[in-house]
Design a protein around this ligand. Structure first.
Ligand code: PLP
Length: 461
């Protein structure tokens, strides 16, 4: 039965959450057993809920609120554009859309000069893979359709992107079989759990890259269109590859004529302490997917940015057709205006350097917790993208299962300490706004320390 239009009281909002809302990642039976947090305003890294409590958002939305909450300048830029021209007639582009494309061409490495806009990360990756496949079709290599991705990578939730990557801790897509054709899976270069047996980050990087080469040889290079990878992948919990990995990927792609897609949806716009994470290794991918930090989640927008030699296959001259791919909200002027202002703020406020410096301090502080808590198997991170890998036993590195209840206990303990930080079944990943300071880090680390101590007592570890 339909609920009436909710009023403004917290109880009515909570009723609507439980009865009518289909929330990401959470079931309403679970939500009905608690008083769900109802955020109503935010400033910096903190939000205020409908009952006036203040929370520190350690997840930064979905690792996506780079410039923090309450940036009035972004709101003003969006409102101004909405009043002036909220959309555009077919076959035209509004000013902020064109300006954002030019800005991305200027700030991304190499000749990544042409942007196709999307509404988020999944659409950006879906677009990137379609460009790669169509590129080879147009070049007369119609047999190149396979895409290599890595286990423990995440690239999106749509028809194609949901089949890229995937969790090694149990399938999350069993409901949606059969899989999209042409998916090939490679190992994740996560040094702590190197599937290829590497014992150092360097060894793991080399073995995992070599495995991609072997997969290419096995499948036949002329059947593979693209390799897609996040420079630093989150689900593992945070796999920072050895320095050899990305240069080797570039080399392999050059050798076999395969398109290299860097998924910078999480890592882009400063999260890892460089504007784009591939810059840590001086690698220029053929296509880069971005979303999240491009607009700090003020509005939905993403982009697939292609190098000139790829994009020119779609230039639309007498011999080429334009890209057969239409998304109504692609290049939305209001989102583009917000993104331009957001990027201006990230640059002006040196948030990339802050992510590098505060991230280094954060990693140091979390690493110190290792000596206090046997449950911490590994601490990992680059800039303000950090992870804690939780284990039942350090020797075996055995992970906790969802039924062990680690996530439920930790979430409660974090909430008791004013932290919004949602852990996984056997890991904690952290991606706060890029504006946090060392004092915020101390508050978060103290919260994690106390929560892990409670958990260890509860579980008799
Ligand atoms: C690396 C990566 N790629 C793609 C996506 C999908 O982005 P979206 O949720 O905006 O569709 C995500 C989302 O978390 C991501 O982390």
């Amino acid at each position: 039965m339909a609920t009436k239009t909710p009023g403004s009281s917290v109880q009515e909002t909570r009723k609507a959450i439980v009865e009518n809302l289909w929330m990401h990642n959470r079931g309403w039976e679970e939500l009905a057993e608690e008083d769900p947090i109802v955020p109503v305003s935010g400033k910096g890294a903190r939000i205020i809920d409908a009952e006036g409590r203040s929370w520190l958002d350690v997840n930064g939305g979905y690792m996506s609120v780079h410039a923090g909450y309450g940036q009035d300048e972004i709101a003003d830029a969006a409102a101004e554009q909405m009043r002036k021209l909220h959309y555009f007639p077919q076959g035209t582009a509004a000013e902020p859309t064109a300006q954002l494309a030019a800005k991305l061409a200027e700030m991304t490495p190499g000749d990544l000069n042409r942007s196709f806009f999307a509404s988020g990360g999944s659409e950006a990756n879906e677009t990137s893979v379609k460009i790669a496949r169509a590129f080879y079709r147009r070049a007369g290599h119609s047999g190149r359709y396979k895409v290599i991705s890595r286990q423990d990578s995440y690239h999106g939730a749509l028809g194609l992107t949901m089949w890229l990557g995937g969790s090694s801790q149990g399938s999350t897509r069993a409901d949606y079989e059969p899989a999209y054709p042409g998916m090939v899976y490679a190992p994740q270069p996560y040094p702590y759990r190197c599937e290829m047996g590497g014992e150092t980050p360097e060894e793991c990087a080399e073995l995992c890259a070599n495995q991609i080469q072997k997969l290419l040889e096995f499948h036949g290079p002329d059947t593979v269109a693209a390799i897609i990878a996040e420079p630093v992948s989150v689900p593992a919990p945070v796999a920072v590859p050895g320095d050899e990995y990305w240069p080797r990927l570039r080399e392999i792609c050059n050798q076999y004529g395969v398109i290299l897609i860097a998924d910078e949806v999480i890592t882009g716009f400063g999260r890892t302490g460089k504007m784009f994470a591939v810059e840590h290794w001086d690698v220029v991918p053929d296509i880069m997917s971005v979303a999240k930090g491009i607009v700090s989640s003020y509005l939905p927008i993403g982009a697939s940015i292609a190098r000139e030699d790829i994009a020119n296959a779609f230039a639309g001259g007498p011999d080429t057709r334009f890209f057969q791919h239409v998304l109504t909200f692609s290049g939305h002027p209001v989102a583009a205006a917000a993104a331009l202002k957001n990027i201006e703020i990230i640059e002006r406020e040196n948030m990339v350097d802050n992510a590098r410096d505060v991230g280094a301090y954060f990693l140091e502080q979390l690493t110190e917790l290792k000596s206090k808590h046997a449950i911490i198997g590994n601490v990992t991170g680059l800039g303000l993208l950090l992870g804690i890998d939780l284990v039942k036993d350090r020797e075996s590195k055995e992970r906790f299962k969802p039924s062990d209840g680690v996530a439920v206990s930790l979430t409660r303990a974090f909430e008791d300490r004013g932290l919004i930080l949602r852990p996984g079944a056997s890991s904690i990943t952290l991606g706060p706004p890029l504006i946090i300071e060392n004092g915020d880090v101390d508050e978060i680390v103290t919260g994690i320390d106390e929560a892990l101590a409670l958990l260890s007592t509860e579980m008799e570890l």
